[in-house]
Write a protein that binds this ligand. Structure first.
Ligand code: PLP
Length: 437
């Protein structure tokens, strides 16, 4: 089992997180329930900061809020001294409403609308991560209109294929993101960016993918980016001293998963910077990392109640829980693997193999295939760990399922980060058949 930082299993096999048992949390908040271990998030933030610190260049850790975002989470990230990346006007809104310093917000997105760009500019977003020529032109025009010189990074597609699921590879040349480094896309983008008086080109960015275990492509990435900087700072007439190498560090979802640690990742980054700064003669002063999953992923755990138990003799045993693909789309979207367990009966020997399925009208609504578990009874509490990233963030109301509550635990206390949706939330904004606004 991959449990959050403060997990404890007592001699009776009862799991507690942040000093609270799952039964206590269920009684107070109901199920399905997303639980976030604050200590685990703090530890990841601290590890990134300390592992990237102490070298001869500045490092800024920018939390990728697409992994999980809400007011309290943004406040926790700010309290831990990280910056934040947002990829839509909506994520920007959440960060701003949380009180996040706009100067520490990095605005991503491959199709920012005029309204989103204006929103970012007028709220004083620190940096736009520009993804296309259209955006470059529009941003330059709107920044000029507001009398601003807006700091920007250009998102570069480096032509590096990370070994991860194809839906979360973003560094290959056919990617929809960024300016291709092969061909002249990236070069032309630099020339255009340097030509606008309303933009200040401060750096280049690249994000090669997510849930990456083999981190050696990051060395290649640093080589490619610094080689390109040599051109920018040479023949293209720029003066850039900052690079952002995106996020992507993988996490363990099952006990078989052995991702590199943050320290190993940081060492590789520092070694590569040392090597390629020298090779390409580039005076890099600052590096940015954009982790999302590795900050919040293992801090989260989802609690369900077992409902219908169906045994098809000699074929399959099913346990249906009270959530499913509406709170965790990853298994059906990426064939992501998880482990299920009984948090009140940890340590009991497995006796049966079950598929843990959701309550949705899709045969693909399977959370865990072939879970080896003790005999499960209707009403038992069930849990899946490592659900802190890209689960609630991708949650839906499919089949009219209200979204779960999200609660935080720390030092024997728990409190709500996001309230459970009620049925009335499902029709909020709905109007009657011919009702005019
Ligand atoms: C531009 C960018 N930065 C950072 C991230 C965060 O990646 P991860 O959650 O894998 O660390 C993403 C995720 O897709 C991204 O698109």
């Amino acid at each position: 089992m991959l449990l959050p930082e403060t997990s404890n299993i007592d001699p009776k096999g009862v799991l507690s997180i942040g000093g609270l048992t799952m039964e206590q949390l269920k009684k107070q908040y109901g199920t399905p329930l997303q639980i976030m271990d604050i200590a685990a998030i703090k530890k990841q933030c601290r590890d990134y900061k300390t592992c990237m610190d102490g070298q001869d260049l500045d490092a800024e850790i920018v939390y990728a809020s697409k992994a999980f975002s809400c007011i309290a989470c943004c406040q926790l990230i700010a309290q831990q001294g990280l910056s934040i990346d947002v990829s839509t006007g909506g994520e920007l809104y959440i960060a701003l409403e949380s009180g996040f310093d706009p100067g520490k917000i990095y605005f991503h997105g491959n199709n920012k609308s005029e309204q989103e760009i204006e929103y970012g500019l007028s709220s004083g977003v620190g940096c736009f991560m520009v993804d296309s020529f259209d955006e470059l032109d529009l941003l330059a025009r709107l920044a000029q209109k507001q009398g601003k010189k807006q700091k920007i990074f250009l998102r570069i597609t480096p032509g590096i294929k990370a070994s991860t699921h194809e839906y979360i590879q973003t560094g290959n040349m056919e990617s929809k993101f960024g300016f291709g480094i092969r061909g002249l896309g990236a070069e032309k983008a630099v020339q255009a960016a340097l030509s606008y008086g309303s933009l200040q080109l401060a750096g280049i960015h690249s994000h090669i993918g997510s849930q990456i275990f083999n981190i050696s492509p990051y060395e290649k990435l640093i080589d490619v980016l610094l080689k390109f900087l040599k051109k920018i700072n040479g023949s293209l007439g720029g003066d850039i001293r900052e690079i952002n190498i995106g996020g992507g560090l993988g996490i363990a979802y099952t006990s078989q998963d052995k991702p590199p640690s943050i320290a190993q990742f940081a060492d590789l980054v520092h070694d590569a910077l040392k090597k390629y700064r020298k090779k390409h003669g580039q005076p890099i002063e600052k590096i940015y990392l954009e982790p999302g999953r590795s900050i919040v992923g293992n801090a989260g755990i989802t609690l369900y109640e077992a409902g219908t138990i169906k045994e098809i003799p000699h074929v399959k045993n099913y346990i249906a829980v009270d959530g499913g693909m509406s709170d965790n789309i990853r298994p059906i979207l990426y064939q992501a693997q998880y482990e299920a367990f009984l948090p009140q009966r940890c340590g009991e020997k497995p006796q049966k193999v079950y598929d843990l399925v959701g309550k949705h009208c899709e045969s693909g609504d399977v959370l865990v295939k072939q879970a080896h578990l003790p005999i499960v009874n209707k009403g038992d509490l069930m849990a899946i760990a490592a659900t802190g990233a890209y689960c609630y963030a991708m949650a839906s109301n499919y089949n009219g399922q209200p979204k779960s509550a999200v609660v935080a635990v720390e030092d024997g206390k728990s409190w709500t980060w996001i309230e459970r949706q009620q049925y009335c939330d499902l029709i909020s904004g709905n109007r009657k058949l011919y009702e005019q606004p």
